[in-house]
Design a protein around this ligand. Structure first.
Ligand code: HEC
Length: 150
Protein backbone atom coordinates (compact mmCIF):
# COMPACT_ATOMS: atom_id res chain seq x y z
CA UNK A 1 0.00 0.00 0.00
CA UNK A 2 1.80 3.15 -1.16
CA UNK A 3 -0.58 5.41 0.87
CA UNK A 4 0.60 3.89 4.14
CA UNK A 5 4.23 4.47 3.18
CA UNK A 6 3.63 8.11 2.46
CA UNK A 7 1.88 8.48 5.80
CA UNK A 8 4.86 6.99 7.66
CA UNK A 9 7.25 9.15 5.67
CA UNK A 10 5.23 12.25 6.47
CA UNK A 11 5.16 11.57 10.20
CA UNK A 12 8.87 10.90 10.18
CA UNK A 13 9.40 14.22 8.44
CA UNK A 14 7.19 16.08 10.92
CA UNK A 15 9.05 14.56 13.86
CA UNK A 16 12.37 15.49 12.27
CA UNK A 17 11.27 19.09 11.75
CA UNK A 18 10.04 19.37 15.32
CA UNK A 19 13.19 17.86 16.70
CA UNK A 20 15.45 20.31 14.85
CA UNK A 21 13.40 23.40 15.69
CA UNK A 22 13.37 22.40 19.35
CA UNK A 23 17.15 22.27 19.37
CA UNK A 24 17.44 25.68 17.76
CA UNK A 25 15.64 27.39 20.60
CA UNK A 26 17.57 30.57 21.29
CA UNK A 27 18.67 31.47 24.77
CA UNK A 28 18.18 35.19 25.18
CA UNK A 29 19.94 36.49 28.29
CA UNK A 30 17.82 39.02 30.13
CA UNK A 31 20.80 41.04 31.22
CA UNK A 32 24.23 41.47 29.74
CA UNK A 33 26.63 40.46 32.49
CA UNK A 34 29.13 43.08 33.51
CA UNK A 35 32.57 41.81 32.71
CA UNK A 36 35.46 42.60 34.97
CA UNK A 37 38.89 42.36 33.47
CA UNK A 38 41.07 43.08 36.40
CA UNK A 39 44.73 42.83 35.66
CA UNK A 40 46.53 40.92 38.36
CA UNK A 41 47.56 43.54 40.85
CA UNK A 42 51.06 43.33 42.22
CA UNK A 43 51.26 41.90 45.69
CA UNK A 44 51.17 44.85 48.03
CA UNK A 45 51.72 45.08 51.73
CA UNK A 46 48.38 45.95 53.22
CA UNK A 47 48.11 45.25 56.93
CA UNK A 48 44.38 45.96 56.95
CA UNK A 49 41.88 47.79 54.82
CA UNK A 50 41.49 50.73 57.21
CA UNK A 51 45.09 51.75 56.68
CA UNK A 52 44.70 51.47 52.89
CA UNK A 53 47.51 53.60 51.63
CA UNK A 54 46.82 55.76 48.64
CA UNK A 55 50.48 55.65 47.61
CA UNK A 56 50.27 51.90 47.10
CA UNK A 57 47.28 52.29 44.84
CA UNK A 58 48.60 55.31 42.99
CA UNK A 59 51.88 53.61 42.11
CA UNK A 60 50.03 51.10 39.92
CA UNK A 61 48.69 53.60 37.39
CA UNK A 62 45.21 53.57 35.93
CA UNK A 63 43.58 53.00 32.58
CA UNK A 64 40.63 55.30 32.05
CA UNK A 65 39.14 53.10 29.32
CA UNK A 66 38.91 50.21 31.77
CA UNK A 67 37.63 52.65 34.38
CA UNK A 68 34.84 53.69 32.07
CA UNK A 69 33.74 50.05 31.82
CA UNK A 70 33.94 49.63 35.59
CA UNK A 71 31.85 52.77 35.96
CA UNK A 72 28.81 50.66 34.99
CA UNK A 73 28.86 49.78 38.70
CA UNK A 74 28.37 53.42 39.55
CA UNK A 75 26.15 54.88 36.85
CA UNK A 76 22.90 53.86 38.53
CA UNK A 77 23.67 56.45 41.20
CA UNK A 78 26.09 58.89 39.58
CA UNK A 79 25.81 60.96 36.46
CA UNK A 80 29.04 61.95 34.74
CA UNK A 81 27.74 65.52 34.57
CA UNK A 82 26.38 67.90 37.19
CA UNK A 83 23.07 66.17 37.80
CA UNK A 84 22.37 64.53 41.11
CA UNK A 85 20.97 61.03 40.75
CA UNK A 86 21.25 59.16 44.06
CA UNK A 87 24.73 60.52 44.62
CA UNK A 88 26.36 63.71 43.40
CA UNK A 89 27.14 64.20 39.71
CA UNK A 90 30.79 63.40 39.21
CA UNK A 91 31.78 66.13 36.77
CA UNK A 92 34.89 67.82 38.14
CA UNK A 93 35.10 65.38 41.03
CA UNK A 94 38.86 65.04 40.73
CA UNK A 95 39.33 68.79 41.09
CA UNK A 96 37.20 69.04 44.21
CA UNK A 97 38.40 65.73 45.68
CA UNK A 98 41.48 67.31 47.25
CA UNK A 99 39.38 69.97 48.98
CA UNK A 100 36.85 67.62 50.61
CA UNK A 101 38.96 66.42 53.52
CA UNK A 102 42.54 66.62 54.66
CA UNK A 103 43.33 63.80 52.20
CA UNK A 104 44.75 64.54 48.77
CA UNK A 105 42.60 63.93 45.70
CA UNK A 106 43.73 60.35 45.05
CA UNK A 107 43.43 59.27 48.66
CA UNK A 108 40.02 60.89 48.99
CA UNK A 109 38.74 59.08 45.90
CA UNK A 110 40.10 55.74 47.10
CA UNK A 111 38.33 56.30 50.40
CA UNK A 112 35.14 57.47 48.66
CA UNK A 113 34.96 54.20 46.77
CA UNK A 114 36.19 51.73 49.38
CA UNK A 115 34.74 53.35 52.48
CA UNK A 116 32.15 55.86 51.32
CA UNK A 117 30.59 56.30 54.74
CA UNK A 118 33.78 57.69 56.32
CA UNK A 119 33.11 61.07 54.72
CA UNK A 120 29.63 61.95 53.51
CA UNK A 121 29.18 64.68 50.94
CA UNK A 122 26.99 67.35 52.51
CA UNK A 123 23.32 66.83 51.79
CA UNK A 124 23.69 63.12 50.99
CA UNK A 125 22.93 60.05 53.07
CA UNK A 126 25.18 57.01 53.41
CA UNK A 127 23.58 55.19 50.49
CA UNK A 128 26.70 54.24 48.64
CA UNK A 129 27.85 50.65 49.15
CA UNK A 130 31.50 50.07 50.01
CA UNK A 131 33.19 48.69 46.91
CA UNK A 132 35.82 46.77 48.82
CA UNK A 133 35.73 43.91 46.29
CA UNK A 134 37.40 46.11 43.67
CA UNK A 135 41.12 45.50 43.30
CA UNK A 136 43.68 48.28 43.63
CA UNK A 137 43.98 48.22 39.86
CA UNK A 138 40.21 48.57 39.44
CA UNK A 139 40.20 51.57 41.78
CA UNK A 140 43.11 53.13 39.92
CA UNK A 141 41.33 52.63 36.59
CA UNK A 142 38.17 54.18 38.01
CA UNK A 143 40.09 57.18 39.31
CA UNK A 144 41.77 57.59 35.91
CA UNK A 145 38.29 57.69 34.41
CA UNK A 146 36.94 60.09 37.06
CA UNK A 147 39.82 62.43 36.16
CA UNK A 148 38.41 62.73 32.64
CA UNK A 149 35.04 64.01 33.91
CA UNK A 150 34.98 67.76 33.78
C1 HEC B 1 23.63 53.09 45.50
C2 HEC B 1 24.10 54.34 44.97
C3 HEC B 1 25.57 54.54 44.69
C4 HEC B 1 26.41 53.75 43.94
C5 HEC B 1 26.10 52.44 43.24
C6 HEC B 1 27.68 54.44 43.91
N1 HEC B 1 27.61 55.59 44.63
FE1 HEC B 1 29.11 56.94 44.88
N2 HEC B 1 27.92 58.03 46.13
C7 HEC B 1 26.60 57.76 46.42
C8 HEC B 1 26.12 58.74 47.38
C9 HEC B 1 24.71 58.79 47.95
C10 HEC B 1 27.20 59.60 47.65
C11 HEC B 1 27.20 60.80 48.61
C12 HEC B 1 27.36 60.29 50.04
C13 HEC B 1 28.78 59.90 50.32
O1 HEC B 1 29.65 60.77 50.30
O2 HEC B 1 29.02 58.69 50.54
C14 HEC B 1 28.32 59.13 46.85
C15 HEC B 1 29.57 59.75 46.80
C16 HEC B 1 30.58 59.41 45.94
C17 HEC B 1 31.81 60.14 45.76
C18 HEC B 1 32.19 61.44 46.44
C19 HEC B 1 31.79 62.58 45.50
C20 HEC B 1 32.21 63.94 45.96
O3 HEC B 1 31.74 64.88 45.35
O4 HEC B 1 32.97 64.06 46.92
C21 HEC B 1 32.54 59.49 44.82
C22 HEC B 1 33.91 59.88 44.27
C23 HEC B 1 31.77 58.34 44.41
N3 HEC B 1 30.59 58.31 45.10
C24 HEC B 1 32.19 57.44 43.48
C25 HEC B 1 31.50 56.27 43.16
C26 HEC B 1 32.02 55.26 42.28
C27 HEC B 1 33.36 55.33 41.56
C28 HEC B 1 31.08 54.27 42.24
C29 HEC B 1 31.15 52.95 41.51
C30 HEC B 1 32.29 52.11 41.82
C31 HEC B 1 29.96 54.69 43.07
N4 HEC B 1 30.27 55.91 43.60
C32 HEC B 1 28.79 53.98 43.23
C33 HEC B 1 25.86 56.74 45.90
C34 HEC B 1 26.34 55.70 45.12
Amino acid sequence: MPGKHIQILMSALIIAVFATTACEEEVIPTQVPVEFHPTAAPVVERPDSSSMSAEVVVSIGGDSAVGEVLFSNCSACHSTGEDTVVGPGLAGVYDRAGTRTSLDAEAYLVQSIREPSVYLVEGFAALMPAFDQLSDQDIQDLIAYLKTLN
